[in-house]
Design a binder for this molecule. Structure first.
Ligand code: 13P
Ligand code: SF4
Length: 376
């Protein structure tokens, strides 16, 4: 592969102050004007999120990418699967026709900004599981549902097999949609979101075997367990949300009578069930915003978002639901230095860190993503 020499190397940006980096990023914004859209996920660090034109949870950011009008480049301050999704939605066939074939380029400022949960399900593992499951069950009676936190290849698998993508804000509607088609669902890669959502739909734990891709056979299940299944979960989780524990909930309830526990549905079942409220990052923000002054919260989601809520809502008492630091180390990789470096390279003719999903994968992923955008 031919490598193009970049106009700007990354190293010098690392020694610039935040003030200098902000000035340079704002200069690129002026130069590119409405051609540039900076999107930021709520878990980004403050310096970065402050520069985003639009911020949101996974669902809203997908919608923003799908609806973007004048822009020709999206700098995605989030993680890899989000940038892939933006590329697929912003460059879907009708949008390309409107723009006479001109693509929107999607930049992920640091290519190492992945998602450890998404990495827990590789396409060959999913395909092997599907084939092996087919030895015991009719796969024509299973609808695959992938959480948006997955590689585009998994979304394409789901699209090809009549399934749907969901986010944490529409998981229940997506599973309901799937059950209208078939009597079983295969849900990946987050076992906790799948389990917490299905438990709220009167599906029991013994109807939700977990498929372990590293087990010798049948994902570590017996034939009888699979035959009894309604939702086949995948052995994946978020390393950040997995760290919240029931004893943290007990400790806050004891120390702060009247406190409300608010968690992301990626938390394990034992924490999720103890919570008063739950929701996507967008829903968590709305819940706090709408609460009366003096409300007390212990929030179980990524640290940067909880700290921001604390800062923005001094009229409420907000705690982080863990004594340990639970932060998304990969989201944190996006910093002002990477953002300035990638934007200046784009403006000056050597675009770098471009996320472009191949045509066939994009086509099938889009089928499953469009269903996601329709189902609420
Ligand atoms: P949201 O869908 O709430 O944005 O969550 C994304 C995510 O990665 C949570 O860990
Ligand atoms: Fe992935 Fe968890 Fe980070 Fe979300 S918080 S991007 S699920 S590792």
């Amino acid at each position: 592969m031919q490598t193009v020499e970049l106009v700007h190397e990354l190293k010098p940006y690392k020694s610039l102050s935040n003030e200098e980096l902000r000035t340079r990023i704002n200069a690129v914004r002026e130069d590119l004007d409405e051609r540039l859209l900076i999107l930021g996920h709520h878990y980004q660090q403050d310096e970065v999120i402050e520069l985003a034109d639009l911020r949101g949870d996974s669902y809203l950011l997908s919608q923003m990418a799908a609806d973007s009008e004048g822009c020709r480049v999206i700098a995605f301050c989030g993680v890899h699967f989000m940038a892939e999704t933006a590329d697929i939605l912003a460059n879907r066939p009708e949008k390309l026709t409107e723009r006479n074939g001109e693509r929107v380029q999607v930049i992920l400022p640091d290519m190492a900004a992945g998602c450890s949960m998404a990495d827990m399900a590789a396409i060959d593992q999913i395909e092997n599981a599907w084939d092996e499951m087919g030895e015991v069950l009719e796969t024509s009676d299973i609808t695959p549902v992938t959480y948006i936190n997955s590689a585009a290849s998994l979304k394409a698998f789901v699209g090809r097999h009549g399934g749907i993508v969901c986010t944490s804000s529409n998981a229940k509607a997506a599973i309901k949609w799937a059950f209208a088609k078939t009597s079983r669902v295969m849900f990946f890669p987050d076992q906790h979101l799948g389990r917490n959502t299905a438990l709220g739909m009167e599906i029991t734990n013994d109807q939700m075997p977990v498929w372990d891709p590293h087990a010798d056979e049948l994902g570590g299940n017996t034939e009888a367990e699979l035959e009894n299944s309604k939702v086949i979960l995948w052995k994946g989780h978020c390393s950040v949300h997995q760290m919240f524990r029931p004893e943290h909930v007990a400790m806050f309830r004891k120390k702060h009578p009247g406190i409300q526990i608010l968690v992301h549905p990626e938390c394990p079942q034992d924490v999720f069930e103890l919570a008063d409220e739950y929701g996507s990052t967008g829903k968590i923000i709305r819940t706090v915003k709408e609460a009366p002054p003096g409300s007390k919260w212990a929030i179980g989601t990524e640290l940067h978002l909880v700290n921001r809520l604390k800062h923005e809502h001094p009229e409420q008492e907000i705690h982080f639901l863990s004594p340990v630091v639970c932060m998304c180390a990969t989201m944190y990789r996006i910093d002002l230095a990477h953002l300035a470096w990638s934007l200046e390279n784009y403006r000056d003719g050597t675009p770098t860190n471009i996320i472009e999903v191949d045509e066939d994968t994009a086509k099938w992923s889009l089928v499953a993503l469009e269903r996601m955008l329709e189902v609420r």
